[in-house]
Design a protein around this ligand. Structure first.
Ligand code: KG4
Ligand code: ZN
Length: 367
């Protein structure tokens, strides 16, 4: 089975080709064409601009992906149908439909959030169907933390009741909580804009915070940013107040301090730590309440080294058997391998669709 997957929900044009055959798994190609340079000028993403870039990039990215895959025969097309920016999603979906029509192939529509979760199970896909489900079920119940530029969600994957034996019953989701305003990645992107650091903010802030997070002290101890909703007994998040707190702190400083490396590094360390504290605290509370067997990360912000390090160390200190799953960093940020991985699970559940029936849903929710 060879899957060609397309992802255009935000500002990356991605196509991947994944081959699963005879208990072997091979990523034949994984092309990501980033629009970062274009959007950096504006400090954020303009959907109409992103759509135009996807339209321009898709044929080029496809050619590259097929060349890298050495023209392997494709069996299935997968495409992200939501959530995301509607014009961008339609560009990918229309491209996938044309391709499926020309090659006479079925399409599997994929939820972007689910793809961020299921890419964690990529190594399982080399096994045969029943083996995959056996390994999968052993990790349930699980808590998934999906944190990106557009989403911050805490999701429960409940255990499958023993009586349910069909594959279809294994993948279920319950959204326990989500952000009430800005996503965590969006907050980091906006903070970087306030500080004049460029776009996307997450990796830049993480780099500037790096020397201090290693020592676990901030160079200017007087910066204390809030940890919004951290102690509230729900699983929702709010990051817009954190961004505003950065803005007030920045405005309160004289120009010379604002421009100093010491101040920038200090505020980056503190804002990164504030985001990490909230994410870890809520995830661990949910993990305890639902007695989970695994904590699963996904989305661009979870590429953050410090977040992963602190998660691992907190889980270890619990002395529990909870497994910690996080994808390789290049599969945490947007890519199409994750879409192919999710499509393979859906294929095992026999969820192919004729190309004509695929619709975009910018607000698609996990079920
Ligand atoms: O999942 P993703 O690639 O795209 C969306 O679905 O939104 O996530 C992009 C977000 C951006 O906000 C970016 O600043 C953030 O992920 N990000 C990071 C890191 N790498 C990307 N945030 C913190 N640390 C990183 N290393
Ligand atoms: Zn994403």
């Amino acid at each position: 089975m060879t899957i060609l997957a397309i992802e255009t929900s935000c500002d990356d044009t991605c196509i991947a080709i994944l081959k699963i055959e005879n208990c072997k798994l091979k990523i034949l190609s994984n092309v990501v064409s980033s629009q970062v340079k274009l959007h950096a000028k504006y400090g954020g993403i303009y959907p109409s601009l992103a759509k135009r870039e996807h339209q321009k990039n898709l044929p080029i990215v496809l050619k590259k992906a097929i060349r890298e895959a050495k023209k392997s025969k494709i069996d299935l097309i997968a495409v992200t149908v939501g959530p995301g920016l509607e014009p961008c999603l339609w560009t990918g979906v229309n491209f996938a439909k044309d391709l499926a029509k020309n090659l006479k192939l079925p399409i599997i529509p994929i939820n972007h959030i689910e793809a961020h979760i299921l890419v964690n199970f990529l190594p399982f896909l080399k096994f045969r169907g029943r083996e995959i489900w056996k390994k999968f079920v052993q990790l349930l119940p699980a808590i998934c933390l999906v944190v990106s530029g557009g989403h911050t969600q805490l999701i429960l994957m409940p255990a499958t009741p023993k009586s349910q034996v069909h594959f279809r019953d294994h993948i279920k989701y319950k959204i326990l909580g989500e952000t009430r305003d800005d996503a965590a990645g969006e907050c980091l992107d906006k903070v970087a804009r306030i500080l004049g650091l460029g776009y996307p903010g997450g990796p830049i802030i993480s780099k500037l915070a790096e020397p201090f997070s290693r020592r676990e002290v901030s160079p200017i101890r007087s910066i204390n940013l809030p940890r919004p909703m951290m102690h509230q007994k729900n699983y929702d998040f709010s990051f817009s107040g954190l961004k505003t707190a950065v803005l007030y702190n920045f405005k309160s400083k004289p120009g010379k301090i604002r421009k100093s490396t010491e101040y920038i590094q200090a505020i980056c360390t503190e804002v990164q730590q504030a985001v990490i504290d909230v994410l870890i605290s809520k995830t661990l509370r949910a993990a305890a309440e639902y007695k989970v067997k695994a904590i699963i990360l996904g989305g661009g912000v979870t590429a953050n080294e410090e977040l992963r390090k602190q998660f691992k160390s907190k889980i270890q200190s619990l002395k529990s058997e909870i497994q910690f799953l996080a994808p390789p960093k290049n599969l945490s940020t947007d890519n199409a391998v994750m879409v192919a991985a999710a499509a393979y699970f859906r294929h095992l559940q026999e969820e192919k669709k004729a190309w004509g029936n695929i619709e975009v849903n910018a607000n698609l929710r996990l079920k």
